[in-house]
Design a binder for this molecule. Structure first.
Ligand code: ZN
Ligand code: ZN
Length: 226
């Protein structure tokens, strides 16, 4: 038995570039035959849809709105929906798993601290960091920054990378440092056929199941399709 998970996708509630609301996103993956998704909207330091002038608590609530809409629909239709974050440091994107809305509300300093401190804080809080599309080249990425001794895994296939070379380099990077490999679609819409997904031989009940299976190299296979 195989279970398919999207590990990188965006909602229009929280990502300014997201085209699908959380509920639509959940229905999209259900009809594609997925078992679950992890919603990873652009955080306040990325292309976030939340008004930056609001107070921290309100911003955190609105930021989690896309996830909550996806979760409510997922519960209704039978799709697991988990929470994640796409944290950005000057264009270096770090997928973050294992923290939640209450944790965010208690940690406004994540907007002030350096990227290494952020990774350390997430680890101390029981979370996991996956370097998203580490070799993507785009206008918003000023430098390719690598943290091979800090991240838990590398996204070696990102379906949003328009040049396959960006993914080949990510795979080479993971091999070179012996880092665990994952894949994600970075989905913002429902038109693209390209997909990246992580397949397990068991069902994930919580995002901590995802973290522990990835950390123990328990990924059955990756789906990497342009
Ligand atoms: Zn985006
Ligand atoms: Zn993304």
């Amino acid at each position: 038995m195989e279970y398919i998970y999207e590990t990188h996708c965006h909602t229009s509630e929280a990502s300014a570039c997201g085209e699908l609301g959380g509920a639509e996103l959940a229905r999209f993956y259900k009809q594609k035959g997925y078992d679950g998704i992890i919603v990873t909207d652009h955080f306040f330091n990325g292309n976030c849809a939340v008004d930056k002038k609001l107070d921290w608590h309100t911003k955190c609530e609105l930021y989690c709105g896309g996830y909550k809409a996806a979760k409510a629909e997922g519960d209704r239709i039978g799709l697991s929906v988990f929470f994640g974050i796409e944290y950005s440091y000057l264009g270096t994107d770090l997928l973050t798993y294992g923290v939640d809305e209450d944790w965010l509300k208690a940690h406004p300093e994540v907007m002030e601290i350096g990227v290494k401190e952020y990774i350390k804080l997430i680890h101390e809080s029981g979370g996991m960091i996956v370097h998203a599309h580490p070799f993507r080249e785009a206008w918003y990425i000023d430098t390719i920054r690598l943290y091979p001794y800090d991240v838990d895994a590398v996204e070696v296939f990102n379906a949003g990378n328009h040049d396959p070379e960006f993914n080949r380099r990510a795979d080479w990077y993971a091999d070179s440092y012996g880092l665990i490999k994952v894949a994600g679609s970075d989905r913002h819409e429902d038109r693209s056929e390209a997909e990246g997904a992580v397949v397990f031989e068991q069902k994930l009940e919580t995002v901590q199941d995802y973290i522990s299976l990835v950390r123990q190299d328990g990924v059955a296979r990756l789906i990497c399709r342009y």
